[in-house]
Design a protein around this ligand. Structure first.
Ligand code: GLY
Length: 568
């Protein structure tokens, strides 16, 4: 760990002590010109190659996304969806929403049994898939911002699928840990489990059917995927197995370009994900609640910092349960949720010395109104960041939802299908796979996009790129991203130290403070004495970050995992 010149000495020493106690310190990777950080090394190197060959950050982001669909099949995908946040060097920003959409035949109660109880059909089986958006998203980004020919950006993924690549221990382990789910589908069993003779690290993994699909996409673009042979074969397989995604759903799929959410925090400008992500509202609201509490005074992961951050999390997740959803179907009260008076009222409800039981905290807008607070001015994954030599920055989070999605591979097409329908509220008030609840706002409707936690975020300082950050991790994405942001902005940590620091999570319900393994025992004991019900957790989002430090790019990806920072 290295203290920056701008870092206050006391905070620096506290950070050093915390890291020494909790994590091995490792320097961030540094680069003078451009940088990629991704969760799989081959895909990160694909991005670096595109940048070295003169491609821009969006070119690299497209090539990385397609490569991850080959090398990181648990989350990288053609059959899922996600978000791309772009900030160009000239300051222009945009947000591409290529989230999966509920098929035309989807209905509000489609996952309830005869007694009205939720079934597992939103997670497993063909009916769990929404209409995929990733291929449309990448093509849209390329058409709008790309500088390299489309086929050139598909080529690295195609070669990796056709010629194969050496299986890493992480990939072998991921096949192994999802063995049960992958075995249930004959095509997945054949491809990913080699029909029962599981891949070992160092063996070559080839995916000829996926290579054929990528070859068609290289030639015919997204039109091929949504209206051509791929679309016909996918829809036929869906129909044969009771799935809902039809040729009409595929042909109708559209990327939605949205204005990112933007807000200020101290001397920084935060650009982040709008609904149907809950993440951007979450990050901005939680930063707003923290601002002015002096939560940072005792250092990162101190009892005071954890208490204030956890209470901010608790309050945001209560709001998330009620007010966040696809803005095309529900009038999401973003302005109210981020209004200064409302955020200040939420902050005032924090007791400095005790946790507030979740039963006393609900979705806040109506309660604040009753309290005469007048703010009314008027919704398994992977993440990567790219910054190019001109200063264009891209943050992408995309997903199949569960690791390997629903575990089903489209026959003859080589790609896995998502189970993103579980991100809807199958039944109001009943927790989904990530334990979060939702209400009517996030109920299933044809064409609607399920509420997401994905939080790709770019931060500027003095009008220039400062940080790109994001993560996979289900409902813990937003809290993981928040923590790495404050670790860098408030605790002045470099991105490697920040992503390696053990994290915590609170999501209102259950009323539990989750502490990542490795959290200092004395802090845990003090938080328990304060009254927090505590449970251990193996991880809180796998955060990846790039930070500009005095003209040098610094990148961090969690040391316990095998992502890669690749720059020049
Ligand atoms: N499927 C995870 C998310 O979108 O939050």
């Amino acid at each position: 760990m290295s203290c920056r010149q701008s870092r206050p000495l006391a905070v620096c020493l506290l950070t050093l002590l915390t890291l020494t106690a909790a994590a091995r310190a490792k320097d961030p990777v540094r680069a003078a010109h451009a940088m990629v950080v991704a969760q799989e090394p081959l895909a990160a190197d694909v991005g670096r190659r595109v940048l070295l060959d003169g491609g821009n950050a969006v070119d690299a982001a497209v090539a990385i996304g397609l490569a991850l669909a080959v090398t990181h099949p648990s989350a990288g995908n053609l059959g899922g969806g996600g978000f791309m946040l772009v900030r160009l060097a000239n300051g222009k920003t945009t947000f591409l929403d290529f989230r999966e959409a509920a098929p035309e035949k989807a209905t509000r109660d489609m996952y309830l049994d005869a007694e009205g109880n939720p079934t597992k059909d939103s997670i497993f089986g063909w009916r769990s898939s929404g209409t995929p958006g990733s291929v449309a998203g990448f093509e849209f980004a390329h058409k709008k911002f790309g500088s390299k020919p489309w086929a050139e950006l598909v080529a690295p993924a195609l070669q990796l699928a056709r010629n194969g690549f050496s299986v890493s221990q992480t990939l072998a382990d991921s096949f192994h840990s999802s063995e049960k789910m992958l075995t249930a589908d004959p095509e997945s069993k054949r491809i990913f489990l080699r029909d029962g003779t599981q891949y070992k690290a160092g063996e070559t993994f080839k995916q000829p059917e996926l290579a054929d699909t990528l070859a068609r996409i290289a030639k015919g673009g997204a039109k091929e995927f949504y209206e051509g042979e791929t679309a016909k074969r996918l829809a036929a397989a869906m129909a044969a197995h009771g799935g809902l995604v039809s040729t009409r759903d595929l042909a109708a799929y559209k990327v939605v370009e949205r204005a990112p959410l933007e807000g200020n925090y101290k001397q920084f400008h935060i650009i982040t994900a709008p609904p149907p992500s809950a993440g951007g509202v979450g990050v901005l609201q939680m930063l707003g609640i923290l601002d002015g509490t002096n939560f940072e005074s005792d250092g990162p992961n101190s009892v005071k910092a954890v208490h204030y951050e956890a209470e901010a999390m608790r309050r945001f997740y209560a709001d998330r349960s009620e007010y966040l959803a696809d803005p095309q179907f529900y009038n999401v009260p973003v302005k109210s949720l981020l209004a200064a008076d409302y955020v200040a009222w939420r902050r005032r409800t924090i007791d400095p010395n005790h946790p507030t039981p979740s039963e006393y905290i609900g979705p806040g807008l109506q309660r604040a109104q009753a309290a005469h607070v007048s703010w009314f001015e008027s919704s398994e994954t992977t993440h990567y960041n790219v910054v190019d030599a001109k200063g264009n920055a891209v943050a992408v989070t995309y997903t199949l939802n569960n690791s390997f999605g629903n575990g089903i591979t489209a026959p003859g097409l080589g790609f896995l299908l998502n189970d993103e329908m579980d991100d809807f509220a199958a039944k109001p008030g009943v927790p989904n796979m990530f334990g979060v609840t939702g209400g009517d706002a996030n109920a299933i409707e044809p064409g609607k996009r399920p509420l997401s936690s994905m939080t790709p975020t770019i931060i500027t300082k003095d009008g220039k790129f400062f940080m790109a950050v994001g993560a996979p991790g289900g409902s813990r994405i937003t809290t993981g991203v928040l923590q790495v942001i404050v670790d860098v902005l408030d605790f002045h940590m470099n991105p490697q130290d920040a992503v390696d620091l053990p994290r915590f999570h609170h999501q209102w319900k259950p009323d539990t403070l989750y502490l990542q393994n490795g959290f200092p025992a004395d802090t845990e004991a003090a938080l328990a004495r304060m009254g927090y019900p505590i449970k251990p957790i193996s991880g809180v989002a796998r955060v990846e970050a790039i930070v500009m430090n005095n003209g040098v790019l610094e990148g961090g990806t969690e040391s316990r995992l095998d992502g890669k920072v690749s720059g020049y």
